[in-house]
Design a protein around this ligand. Structure first.
Ligand SMILES: Cc1cc2nc3c(=O)[nH]c(=O)nc-3n(C[C@H](O)[C@H](O)[C@H](O)COP(=O)(O)O)c2cc1C
Length: 177
């Protein structure tokens, strides 16, 4: 058990997660709590980190397949979806957890909107990605660009269907990175 906020290391979790219709273990399901949100709760419980949720101004379609189409177009266009009340500064924090789903092999473009607006110099960055088979994909490559100047630790990939059984895995990763 670590508690970064009880030492001088203050931590922040920046995350995106899309509740509702999703694809888990080969079938369409309706998630009341997004897969990434489950992981964010573990990190918060284990570290006491503050939490910031990235929320898009425009909702994605309810339909999973339609969302994948919108997201694919956003990636192809290198689009930056507008976000609500974006975070302006992470100056108060030393460790930044970045948590989101794998969308088409990388982070959802809304994470690009948020992360490229922040100064990551001298921060410690820990990335966790939930996915449905592609693992971290190209996320870490993109994180290198988005978080330039940071000490980027080894990323953790968790399959969506496993999130409810992954607290100890998350804790081991937190303690070993
Ligand atoms: C738009 C979209 C694109 C996705 N693309 C991938 C992908 O390329 N590879 C993969 O393994 N999973 C992909 N998935 C599945 C999600 O990564 C997975 O279900 C994740 O756990 C969802 O997290 P969330 O509930 O926090 O949003 C995609 C899901 C969506 C909605």
């Amino acid at each position: 058990m670590v508690n970064d906020n009880m030492s001088d290391k203050k931590s922040l979790i920046i995350y995106y997660s899309r509740r509702g219709q999703n694809y888990v273990n080969g079938e369409i399901v309706d998630l009341e709590v997004g897969n990434t949100e489950v992981i964010v709760d573990y990190i918060r419980e284990i570290t006491g980190a503050d939490v910031f949720e990235v929320e898009t101004v425009d909702d994605y379609p309810t339909d999973y397949m339609k969302t994948t189409e919108v997201a694919q177009k956003e990636l192809e266009d290198n689009y930056r979806p507008p976000i609500k009340n974006g975070l302006d500064s992470i100056d108060d924090y030393e460790v930044i957890y970045i948590a989101c789903p794998n969308w088409w092999g990388t982070l959802p473009m809304a994470m690009f909107t948020q992360l490229e607006n922040l100064d990551f110099n001298d921060k410690i960055v820990k990335v966790v990605i939930t996915h449905e088979g592609s693992g971290l994909g190209d996320s870490m490559k993109d994180i290198q660009k988005l978080c330039s100047g940071a000490d980027i630790k080894e990323g953790l990939a968790i399959q969506g269907g496993e999130v409810n059984y992954s607290k100890s895995k998350v804790e081991r990763w937190i303690n070993s990175t």
